[in-house]
Every structure is written in C-alpha cells, then in structure tokens.
Design a protein around this ligand. Sequence first.
Ligand code: OX2
Length: 806
Amino acid sequence: MVRITKQEFKEMFNSKIYSIYAHSINEATNEQLQIVLSSVIKDIIAKYWVDNRLSTNKEVYYFSIEFLIGRQLKSNLLNLQIEEVIKEGLEDMGIDLDDLICAEKDPALGNGGLGRLAACFLDSMASLNISGHGYGIRYKYGLFEQKFINGYQVEVPDNWLLHEQYSWESIRPNKAVVVKFGGEVYLEEDNGRLKAKHHGYIPVMAMPYDIPIIGYDNDFINTLRLFKAEILNRDFGINTLYANTFTGSYEQALKYKYYTEEISQVLYPNDSNHAGKLLRLKQEYFLVSSGIQDIINKYRKNKFDILDFPKHIAIHINDTHPTLCIPELMRILLDEEGLSWEEAFDITKNTISYTNHTIMAEAMEKWPVDMMKELLPRIYMIIEEINKRYVEYLNHKYNDNEKIRRMSIICDNNINMANLSIIGSYSVNGVAKLHTEILKKEVLSDFYEDDPGKFNNKTNGIAHRRWLISCNEDLSNLITEHIGNIWKKDTEELKRLEDYKENRNFLKKLECIKIKNKTKLANFIAEEYGICINPESIYDVQIKRLHAYKRQLLNVLHILHLYHELLENPELDIVPRTFIFGAKAAPGYHLAKCIIKLINSVAEKINNDKSINNKIKVVFIENYGVSLAEKIIPSTDVSEQISTATKEASGTGNMKFMMNGAITLATLDGANVEIYDQVGEENIVIFGLKASQVLNYNKYGGYSSLDLYNSNFKIKRVVDDLVNGFIPNISKEGRVIYDSLITYNDEYFVLRDFENYIEAQSKIDTLYRDKEKWSKMCLINIANSGIFSSDRTISEYAKDIWFRGC
Ligand code: OX2
C-alpha cells in the first residue's frame, strides 16, 4: 500500500514549493500549486514505478497515435487511495483540493473515441496488474481549442505545454533513440551476406517523456511513454551524419531544426479520416521506430534470445496508424540482429496484433508508393518483399486476380495499411460484435475466409473508475452503500443493484442524485453561456465528434420539427427538453462546420423565442473534451447514439452514459446492439434502419431522399427551413446541408430514419412522465453496465490475444 501521513505530506509539499518556485504557498497560483502537488505525488510513487519497470514478465506495448488521458490528479489520487489524506493536508494549509483539480490542463492528445479508448485501456492494464505500456507522441499542440464566433467554429491552437512542461511527465534523456528519414539504401556485401546500408538519411532524436499510469489500489504502475522529436545534438551543433543533406551552414542547421521539431508539433485534427499528408507519415514512422527501438534496447539488456521475442513481448497496434511497426521490427531483426527473412517474419507475425476501428472508406489509410519510397526507403523495400511473398502465396492458393488485387498490400501504386496489418499480425479484432461481423462478412471477407482463426471480437469498454467512481461521486456512494465495495474491482457486481428495482426509496434517491447533477450542470451553463436551463427538463445529450455519419443533423432536424409543432400549438403538452450538443468538427470538413453553424443558429432562434414558453432549449457547449464530458454525462437523461447503422464501429460514449443511468436512444449500430442485449427492449429506445437494410441499400440502391421529401410533409417542412430564411444567417450553410440531403441523395439516411426518430423521441416523452418507472429504467441500465468496463475488455485481450498459450 502506498502510505503517507498528513504530516509527511505537508512537509513534502512545503519543501517542494520552495524548491520549485522559491516562494511560499500564499504567493502561489492554483496552477503552481497543482504542479507542486503532482510533483509530490510523483515522489510518493517513485519507488513503485521503478520496481514495475524492472519487470521480466511478458510485456504488452500498446502503440497509438493518440492518447486522450484527461486530467490526472483526481484519478491518480483515487487509484492511490490517498485522496482523503491529501485533501485534509491541503485544507490545513488553506488550499482547496477541488481548485487544484480544476487548475490542471487537460492534455488533448487525441481526437475522440480511438484516443480515449487507448487511455481507458492503460488504466485497466495497470489496474489488472498487466505490464502494459503505451507509446505515443508528445504533440506540442493537441487538438485545437474550439471557439464559436457568430455561431461558426473557429480553431485556436491548444497550447497545453505553456511553459514547455507537463506536470506529470519525467524526461528520460538516457533512453533517447535516433529515427532515420530519407536517404538511400544499398545492399552491400558484409561477411558473405548482403546487408542493407542506409546512407544520407536525416537523423531525428526521439526524446522520451514518461507519464505514470497508476493502477487502482494495487501499487502497480505502468508507463505511457510519449516521444518528442528533436535535433540530434541538443546543443544545436552541426553533425557530420547529416552533412549530406544539410551542408553545415547556419541556415541549413535552422532548416534541420525545423524539419525535426515539426514532426511532433501538432496532432492531426481528423477523427476517422485519413489525411494522407507527408508529415503524418513522418509522425507515424517516428512513433513506430522510437517505440520499437526502445523495446529492442530493453530486450537486449535482459539478454533474452532474440528468437524468443514473442514469448516476452506483445505489440498491439491501435488501428493502422502504427502499422509500420511491422516493417520496422522486420528491419531491426534483419539488418541489426542478422536474422533470416523467414525467422524475422515469423517473430514479427507472432508479436503483433491489430485492432480495426472503422469500416469507413475515407478512414482507411493508403500511402502512395512514391512517398513511402522517398521518406522510408528501407521500410519500403521490406513492405515490397512482404507483398511479393504474400502475392506468391495467394497465386498459389487462389489463382483469382481480382481477389489478389483486393488482398495485396501494394495495389495501384498505393500501400494498403489495413492489408499490411492483417498480413503481418497474428490477431485482428473489431471493437463490437456487429462491427466484427461486418469485418468478417463484408469488408475483410477475403482475409476472413483465408484465415478465420485470426479474427476475433473485443467489444470496447470504458474505465469505470474515471467514468463513474470519480465523475459521479454521489451515485458511486449510493451504489457502495447498498452493494458494498467489491463492484469497484469487479463491475459484474453491479448486477446486484437489480435487487433494488422495486425499492421506491432507492429509486427516489437515484432520481435525487440526477437532479443534483443536473442542477450543477445548469449552474455551469448559466455561468459560461448565460443560458438558463431548467433542471426539471429532460437533458437530451449528443456529445461526440461532428461527423455526417453520427447524424447530429437528424437531431437538429427533430428539434426544428418540435419547434414547428410548438409554434402551431403553444399549448402542446410536452415535457420540457434541453437539447445539449458538444462536438468539434475537423477544420477542413466543410459539411460538419455547416452543421455546427446550423445548430448554433437554431439554438439562437429557439432560445430567444418567448412564445414557446421555455419548453425547448438548445445548448451547444463550446470546446467539448474529456473534462467537459465528466461534467455532462452524470447529468444526462437521454443518450443520443443515432449513427447510421453499420457506420459507428462501437462508440464508447454510449457506455459512459449507460453507466451513469441515462436512457439510450439509439439505432442498432456498434455497441448499442450489446447495450440493447444487456438491458432488454423495455429499457432502451431503438429506432431506424438496421445494419442489414443499410447494407442492402448500399449494394442494390433503391433509396430516393427526393421521393421522401416530396411525399412527407414533416420532412419537407424541416428541410425547407434550411433554405427559406426561417433560420436567420444560414443561407450558405443551409444550402450545403440541403444539397447533401436532396441533391446527393442523403448518404447517411437521415430522412429515411426521420419519421421513426420522431416516434422514438415521443416515446421518450411518454416514458419520462412516469418518474418512478424512468428511475427503474435508469437503475436497470446501471446494473447491467458492468460488462462495459474496460477491465472486462482488457481481460479478454490478455486471455485471447496477448497471453494466449502462456
Ligand atoms: C473510433 C470509432 O469511430 C468508434 O466507433 C469507436 O468506438 C472508437 O474508435 C474506439 O474503438 N478513428 N476513430 C475511431 O475509429 C477511427 C479510425
């Protein structure tokens, strides 16, 4: 047990503030006090952290281009179980712990679900005593900060490392490695063997910064290692190694500095979308090469036989962004360890496992051959050889040219990263049952038929410590009062809450907690946005990235529909509703930005229309991210999970809402299907096209949005609103959206699902009127959410993938 007394803590804190800032507590800002507190906590855990790093068990390395870890202070105190002591110690010194929790910067080193999943997985690996470490990039600028100006999204740089420092990190210069870009590769004779020699490359230093990942109540600490790109000599001298490229002048040295530092400068702000830029490819290789070299360096120190590599090491790639792990590991095994091709490929294939997170064509990474060849000549040679051998195998087995084109790594001068990931790994998994089935039967069916044993499902999960225990303390305490503490380590225990489903007293308490959380959020919204919302209204929430397939548009069209109904009949009997949105759009995603402007304009109009008597309110929360999610989710009544069926691979927000007792309003997409299976049809509201129907439309056609528009009055009314001036200031944006729906035949079936969605929404209205019944539904959702803890997901990864056969 990590133990510390109040007195010891106060002494450490006092001496730390002098050593860091040379002044007393009274002069310090909350930001400074938070930095001091993090530093004290790092001292407290130092011993455990070092011990853990010396582990000789099989180690898992989780490579991800994004980690959306959120604020760390509260969650670290919770996991160390020292929150009380620290709180009281600070109180004695006149400091409020909550102020310091809020003063911490929220590192936005990810876009959305993929990056947040990686963070939840780290939490679970540490909490389950699995030596599992993250490798990522220490972006100088994270995801942009979103501001609304006249209802438009404006992006502002996210300068989270204001003083070049993050309070939880420790720099490890002794572990820095060099990553090589460009140059030429020749096969040269070396001891009777052809060896690849790399000349004229540009060396980039990868400087590791370590963040401790603290397990829950188990003294187990893993590491998230983020690499920063730097010049080779920190003193900024000229080095002969790159003299060929940068010929030694001061100007060249500056160019070199720019070239290197640019690599970890900024996170690409795309979610589920492949940017295809050279700099992005540099980032991907930088991450991969730094991480693989780091693993190999540690492995060599341990003096294990290189042929036993897969016995000691599991490397997991989070989507295809780190897929170059495959040729990079091959490169080291071939060129540095001197193994044969067969040995090297065998080791690589038995070490690497791959998760696919999307079936969306625009997210599938494909790199032009020329770009890869020029930037990473040796890596390209290896990819080409893997491809050549694989095509030989396919030819031999199938003799079907179309199939071979679909399955090969290199096709039409592009490198298909998903295919490379499958071919170079021993396990491929999807992130929800439906998603995995679609991978097997549709998108990756050739590979599935070729090697069915490689495919498996791992339904996503969430860290219940952050997403329930820490963000919703009242609910967490209520649960513990009734079923004890065990659920915190074993969320299946939550099922025992079902014993209380007829207990009116318990249901009332649940309702009171929700109202308390809703009031807190109402106060926050009043302070931040000057909008007054009613805690007695239904909080109907859609928070996630803005994307056409997620269909925020369907939500706002329904709001317009309700508004028309209210205008026609101001006495209309509906339960007051507050529609809450939070979403960032990729800066270059025009349609998404138009939808933001639309929602803001609709909000402006409705919120200022006195004639509807505050029956509906619309709030678009600016700059949505992890910390805001922690505030919003505990106060939500209705969780909007309304993507076009087949498009959302899993979703994880859906699980967070469920665990906090919101009712899901959903299509049968991604993990919504599994939420439905858990709670049963009375405790969820489902609508819309099924996956099979969408797949059929996509294959055989048969959908005309124009016909629907012409034949359905309700649809026509809201679609016309986009272009007839009913909503002020959206003339251009309204037209773009209108065209997407009518001219381009509504790719995401918004209008097709509209009637059904209206019905589902009116069902929500009816259900909410019976408060006790609603509360019972909430309870059943909470009680059955245990399966969506990422502890369950990670146990499955460990058993079926990383440690299988161990
Ligand atoms: C997201 C998926 O869109 C989402 O459905 C899923 O829940 C999440 O990953 C975690 O698995 N980029 N982001 C995703 O996929 C890609 C690619």
